[in-house]
Design a protein around this ligand. Structure first.
Ligand code: 2AM
Ligand code: CA
Length: 258
């Protein structure tokens, strides 16, 4: 396994431990509203600092793009960090959240690690090396028709609420064509669940780079497809995400491009 992946896993596990310790004392958690309906806890910040410190111990020159502290440095290598993906779930003790860490080199995704501290599952991938769950190779599902598929999604939240009507049209189309829809609340984990075949596809509007970067590489290396909502490859900048195994991705694309 690549040295950077080992460091990402170490950092993600440390951040995950901080979350789990807090989970038994959620009533004392200090929560603030970053912007319209976007919440952040002291734990998001402590976890991101912990991750950055571990990265910088080993790679002091590398740049960072983190959800809470933004961009630092200017190096060909950039670490893209979401210390808690699924903060709303975490605040409520709803057990779906994770740590997401990706590494890009000259803006190309090289490594991705997503850690679910409750299930203690590590999803990881390096470019050209395939994807793993706890060290075992994973592949997207073989489900070959939308009718038999389980699809994950996320709703537009307040800062994105102008997109709600557009989103609801896509939801109506997809609900009518699949076995079921799930809305777990952590986009990074949803992407990993596509990668290991627990769901067959996923779509969401208005995601940020740190929600998507690691999961995107994990899907691609597991044989899946990830694009924006019209099938183009600028999904990381665009933030509107459509993913799935190759067959389900192309069927979903027909239902979602409206
Ligand atoms: P976050 O917890 O890191 O913010 C849920 O639909 C997905 O959207 C999660 O990955 C969540 O990541 C992201 N998201 C970003 N901003 C959000 C917000 N204001 N409310 C809910 N989810 C948000
Ligand atoms: Ca977050």
């Amino acid at each position: 396994m690549h040295g950077m992946v080992n460091i990402a896993i170490r950092a993600a596990r440390e951040a995950g431990e901080i979350m789990i310790r807090q989970l038994n004392h959620l009533e004392t958690l200090s929560v603030s509203e970053k912007s319209n309906n976007e919440y952040v806890t002291e734990i998001d910040k402590i976890a991101e600092k912990t991750i950055i410190n571990i990265i910088h111990e080993h790679f002091p020159d590398h740049s960072i793009l983190g959800e809470e502290f933004g961009k630092q440095g200017d190096n060909e290598y950039q670490w893209i960090i979401d210390p808690i993906d699924g903060t709303t779930n975490f605040i409520h003790g709803f057990p779906v959240f994770c740590v997401s860490i990706a590494v890009t080199r000259d803006d190309e995704l090289e490594h991705g690690v997503v850690y679910d501290p409750l299930r203690q599952e590590i999803f990881s991938a390096s470019k050209g090396q395939g994807s793993q769950l706890d060290g075992h190779k994973i592949r997207v599902s073989k489900t070959n028709s939308l009718k038999n598929s389980l699809i994950a999604t996320g709703f537009p939240y307040r800062s994105n609420k102008d997109k709600l009507d557009e989103y609801l049209k896509t939801l109506k189309n997809v609900i009518q064509s699949t076995s079921g829809i799930r809305r777990p609340g952590s986009a990074a984990l949803d992407l990993c669940y596509v990668a290991c075949g627990r769901v067959d596809g996923f779509w969401e509007f208005g995601l940020r780079k740190w929600d998507v970067a690691a999961g995107a590489l994990i899907i691609k290396e597991a044989g899946g497809i990830i694009t924006n909502l019209i099938g183009e490859s600028d999904y990381l900048e665009n933030g509107n995400i459509l993913a799935g195994n190759p067959k389900i991705h192309s069927e979903l694309l027909e239902k979602i491009t409206i």
